[in-house]
Design a protein around this ligand. Structure first.
Ligand SMILES: [Zn+2]
Length: 181
């Protein structure tokens, strides 16, 4: 079923691919599309880095059940590592800087983390992340793109094209695959 984003006014399918889900919305989806929400979040973080940090801290204090501090520190490290590596890889792919990678690819570091976790197999985890890599299922070399507006760029970096893979497996494919992590 199509749904109008009340921010950009673009009609997009009412699915988790295009909208964040939430019980408080009558149709189960946020009135703003993911692209608009990510754009807003990235802009907000850039404009108000201190406020964004304070908001996150306040949220953690209101939700202490969401992890003991050690767990949270580890998660922060994982997210920080993912964030940096994605930014580096995507900037290198485009030879371009200055736009947040979350905005370019249309998902956040949390989306990426959850996506990878869903595909962990055989003991994979954040504790052994040096032993596996983020693999492009269809290799980067298969795509032709010169800008982030290119549909091939979106396809290359789509969550559905990314999966965690044990390093040995990845390397045995002849090094054609791009490594992220
Ligand atoms: Zn929108």
């Amino acid at each position: 079923m199509p749904k109008h984003c009340t921010k950009c006014q673009i009609e997009k399918p009412a699915t988790r691919e295009f909208y964040y889900a939430g019980k408080k919305w009558s149709d189960g989806f946020h009135p703003h599309c993911k692209t608009c929400q990510i754009a807003y979040a990235v802009a907000y973080k850039r404009r108000h880095p201190e406020k964004a940090r304070a908001n996150r801290k306040a949220w953690r204090q209101r939700n202490p059940e969401n992890g003991r501090s050690q767990q949270r520190r580890r998660r922060a490290t994982v997210e920080g590592a993912l964030h940096n590596r994605m930014a580096t890889r995507i900037n290198a792919a485009l030879r371009k800087k200055g736009r947040g990678w979350e905005l370019l690819v249309g998902y956040t570091v949390d989306d990426l983390k959850a996506h990878l976790e869903r595909q962990f197999t055989g003991g994979m985890g954040w504790h052994n992340r040096s032993e596996w890599h983020v693999d492009h299922i269809v290799p980067v070399s298969h795509f032709k793109f010169s800008s982030f507006d290119d549909p091939d760029f979106k396809a290359c970096w789509a969550l559905s094209n990314l999966r965690p893979l044990w390093s040995k497996q990845n390397c045995s494919k002849g090094g054609r695959r791009e490594l992220l992590l």
